[in-house]
Design a protein around this ligand. Structure first.
Ligand SMILES: Cc1cc2nc3c(=O)[nH]c(=O)nc-3n(C[C@H](O)[C@H](O)[C@H](O)COP(=O)(O)OP(=O)(O)OC[C@H]3O[C@@H](n4cnc5c(N)ncnc54)[C@H](O)[C@@H]3O)c2cc1C
Ligand SMILES: *[C@@H]1O[C@H](CO)[C@@H](O)[C@H](O)[C@H]1NC(C)=O
Ligand SMILES: *[C@@H]1O[C@H](CO)[C@@H](O)[C@H](O)[C@H]1NC(C)=O
Ligand SMILES: *[C@@H]1O[C@H](CO)[C@@H](O)[C@H](O)[C@H]1NC(C)=O
Ligand SMILES: *[C@@H]1O[C@H](CO)[C@@H](O)[C@H](O)[C@H]1NC(C)=O
Ligand SMILES: *[C@@H]1O[C@H](CO)[C@@H](O)[C@H](O)[C@H]1NC(C)=O
Length: 342
């Protein structure tokens, strides 16, 4: 919906302004900043609608941004960034992927994950799974309470878990057991990886309660090729398709340093090497992190309601570390390990 409005805006303003500056160099009707999945999705949609007068400026030497699949051995690959397709119903990525049979039908259960502590001792599954399950239920089955809670997600779960254990004579001894701290800490770290937070004591309980997951499997896995398939799908680069050639529209290694919108119908976009590109519209797809660290990007500065949003929103880091072993030392039935390190 939003996109269609945006598209209309472009069309309307084109006729008015195209005459005035048609003689200047590096001028296009639209400048897209960033060739991540958002920028590429916008570009391919525009081309499909017959709109060609745009360029994409990308700071890196590749497209994809936080979608970054690199080849591994054979036809295997590694997703440095996005990996799972979260949800099926109403998810455009899932719909495209399913149409081309690129994703697995079955939803992984990850039931073969082994829990170990930092002394390499496998954890007591009965106890730890019970605690983890309780915390999962606290988050996923009490939306009403969570919506009323003004504190952090960590505090909410801690309060609820303590209350649940205190109120049950057969469980109250867990409160003083090392299992409690280990499980609580592990679950918090897991939540952080889901929420993209550094600490779940900084995540709003209310915010998590308000977040709607798309229905269907939440961890859909690609058959092969990883999340990078999404770029191929958008650019129609799969076998049998006619690829969308962005050609000279896509300019890599162009970091934008300044967006001068003093004249909102003739915006000057300056790159680190001093090149100036002129556009009647600019579509900015850089991450919140870039916006937070580059308040000088905009001339004049953004209006305060936008600056407030950029300052008020937070994020943590989701990091991946890939380990390679010379041989397989784990039992066949083990799918992975959860590290219960305090
Ligand atoms: C480790 C990790 C794991 C993830 N796992 C998942 C997952 O499993 N499933 C999922 O759905 N999502 C996952 N995500 C999130 C997902 O990757 C992002 O939401 C998505 O890729 C964002 O796309 P985007 O185009 O909006 O932004 P980006 O991909 O960040 O694209 C922005 C582009 O703008 C460019 N840019 C920035 N500043 C400038 C500038 N000044 N000038 C020019 N260009 C600039 C950047 O180089 C980048 O290419 C994960 C993210 C990370 C980091
Ligand atoms: C790991 O678990 C074992 C068995 O319960 C225990 O003896 C050991 O102290 C634990 N290690 C840590 C670091 O908690
Ligand atoms: C939470 O904050 C809102 C708005 O400030 C307030 O009206 C409400 O009473 C608070 N709820 C609790 C449980 O403190
Ligand atoms: C106490 O916990 C046990 C084990 O999880 C459960 O079977 C039982 O129903 C609980 N009792 C109450 C009163 O919640
Ligand atoms: C921004 O662009 C205007 C013209 O639209 C120009 O007069 C002004 O000097 C520019 N400002 C900067 C800081 O580049
Ligand atoms: C236009 O862009 C090209 C390279 O992208 C650059 O060499 C040239 O100087 C630019 N022109 C202006 C007026 O900035």
């Amino acid at each position: 919906m939003k996109f269609q409005l945006f598209f209309l805006t472009i069309i309307i303003s084109v006729g008015v302004n195209s005459v005035r500056c048609s003689d200047s160099q590096n001028k296009s009707k639209l400048i897209i900043i960033g060739a991540g999945s958002s920028g590429i999705a916008a570009a391919t949609k525009l081309v499909a609608e017959g709109f060609e007068d745009f360029i994409i400026l990308e700071a890196e030497n590749r497209i994809g941004g936080r979608v970054h699949t690199i080849p591994y051995e054979g036809d295997a690959s590694i997703d440095m960034g996005a990996q799972w397709v979260h949800g099926q119903e109403g998810n455009p990525v899932f719909q495209m992927a399913k149409e081309h049979q690129l994703v697995k039908e079955e939803c992984p259960s990850y039931s073969g994950i082994m829990l170990v502590n930092s002394s390499r001792v496998p954890m007591d599954k009965d106890v730890d799974h019970k605690l983890l399950k309780m915390m999962d239920e606290i988050i996923n089955e009490h939306d009403e309470d969570m919506l009323k809670y003004n504190g952090s997600l960590g505090d909410y779960v801690l309060d609820k878990l303590r209350a649940t254990l205190n109120n049950n004579a057969s469980l109250s001894h867990y409160l003083s057991s090392p299992r409690f701290e280990e499980s609580f800490e592990f679950f918090g770290k897991f939540e952080n990886s889901v929420d993209g937070s550094d600490s779940w004591f900084q995540t709003s309980a209310k915010g998590v309660a308000k977040y709607d997951l798309l229905k269907g499997c939440n961890v859909v896995v690609w058959k092969k090729g990883g999340y990078g398939n999404v770029l191929k799908l958008l650019l129609k680069q799969l076998p049998g398709q006619t690829p969308i050639d962005l050609g000279k529209k896509l300019i890599l290694n162009k970091e934008v340093n300044k967006i001068n919108w003093s004249d909102p119908s003739n915006i000057l976009v300056e790159s680190a090497d001093g090149t100036i590109y002129t556009g009647e519209k600019v579509l900015i797809t850089v991450s919140l992190g870039v916006l937070k660290t580059r308040p000088d990007l905009f001339v004049p500065p953004l209006p305060s309601w936008k600056k407030d949003a950029i300052e008020g929103l937070f994020f943590g880091s989701d990091a991946k570390i890939f380990l390679r072993f010379p041989h397989k030392w784990w039992p066949d039935e083990v799918e992975g390990f959860s590290l219960f390190w305090t």
